[in-house]
Design a protein around this ligand. Structure first.
Ligand code: ATP
Length: 241
C-alpha cells in the first residue's frame, strides 16, 4: 500500500433509538501511524470502528478516506477501498485452516491462489505463527484467534487496519509480543493502525497518539505521556465526575 493516505471522521454522531452512542466525534489517522482509541466501557469505541469500517452509518457527520466518503457504500466497499478490521469475536471462517483463512483474504485483495498462499505464510511467519498454518480455526485458543484475526486483516493489504481489542484473552507475555507486533505494522505493512484496547500497557507501548472517548464524546487526544497525566481522562476512568 502506498503511503500518504488519510482517514478522517468529522463531527460524527450516532444515535440508537434516541440514545447517543457518539456525539460530535472528530478524529483522523495517517497511514504511517498507530492511533489508540480508548475509553471506559460504553464510551463508543466499537461504534466508532463500525462507522470507520462502513458497518454503521453516522446519524450526522462524515467519514472519508482521502476525501472520498467510502463508508456510505457499506462494509464490503469500505474494505475494498483499503480499510481492514478485526472483530471482538474472531469471525474467522470456522471450517478453514489458519493458512486458508489468510489466503482467502489475500485472494480477495486480488492475489491468485498460489501467491495468496505464499502471502499467508509470510504474514504468519512475521507473526511467529507459521506453526499454526495447517491448524483448523476451530481449535485455536482465544488469544491465538485474536492474533490470526489481525493476520487476516493484514492479508487484505489494507491502507488502514482497525483492531478491536486484540489483546483481550491474552496473558502478559502474549500482550507484550502483541504490542511489539502492532507497533511494527506501519513499518512492515505500510498501513495505519487504529487500536482499541483496554490493556493500557499495550496501548501506551504501541501508540504514538491516543484519542479518548467517554460517554460518546471526545475528551482528550495526545501522546501516551500526555494522556496518562490528563485529569479528564483520569476522572473518566475513575468514574469520579
Ligand atoms: P466496550 O469497551 O464495553 O466494548 P465501547 O466503548 O466499545 O464499549 P460501544 O459498544 O460503542 O462502546 O457502545 C456505546 C453505547 O452505544 C453503549 O451505551 C451501547 O449500549 C450503545 N450501543 C452500541 N451498539 C448499539 C446498538 N446496536 N443498539 C443500541 N445501542 C447500542
Amino acid at each position: 500500500a502506498a503511503h500518504g493516505s488519510r482517514m478522517v471522521a468529522e463531527g460524527v454522531h450516532v444515535t440508537f433509538g434516541g440514545i447517543a452512542a457518539l456525539t460530535d466525534v472528530t478524529l483522523s489517522l495517517r497511514q504511517g501511524e498507530v492511533l489508540g482509541l480508548i475509553g471506559p466501557n460504553g464510551a463508543g469505541k466499537t461504534t466508532m470502528v463500525n462507522v470507520l469500517s462502513g458497518f454503521q452509518q453516522p446519524t450526522r457527520g462524515s467519514m472519508k478516506l482521502d476525501d472520498v466518503a467510502v463508508g456510505v457504500k457499506g462494509p464490503h466497499m469500505t474494505a475494498r477501498a483499503g480499510i481492514g478490521r478485526t472483530f471482538q469475536a474472531g469471525r474467522l471462517f470456522r471450517g478453514l485452516s489458519v493458512g486458508e483463512n489468510l489466503a482467502v483474504a489475500a485472494m480477495s485483495a486480488g492475489l491468485g491462489n498460489r501467491l495468496a498462499r505464499k502471502r499467508a505464510a509470510e504474514i504468519l511467519d512475521w507473526m511467529e505463527c507459521l506453526d499454526m498454518i495447517d491448524q483448523p480455526c476451530d481449535s485455536l485458543s482465544y488469544g491465538n484467534e485474536r492474533r490470526i484475526g489481525i493476520g487476516r486483516a493484514l492479508a487484505l493489504d489494507p491502507k488502514f487496519a482497525l483492531l478491536d481489542e486484540p489483546a483481550s484473552g491474552m496473558n502478559e507475555a502474549e500482550c507484550q509480543a502483541l504490542m511489539h507486533l502492532i507497533a511494527a505494522i506501519p513499518r512492515d505493512f505500510g498501513c495505519g493502525v487504529l487500536l482499541i484496547e483496554h490493556n493500557m500497557d499495550v496501548v501506551m507501548g504501541a501508540c504514538e497518539r491516543i484519542h479518548v472517548l467517554d460517554g460518546g464524546k471526545s475528551i482528550a487526544e495526545g501522546t501516551p505521556a500526555e494522556i496518562q497525566s490528563n485529569q479528564a481522562v483520569r476522572r473518566a476512568y475513575l468514574g469520579d465526575k
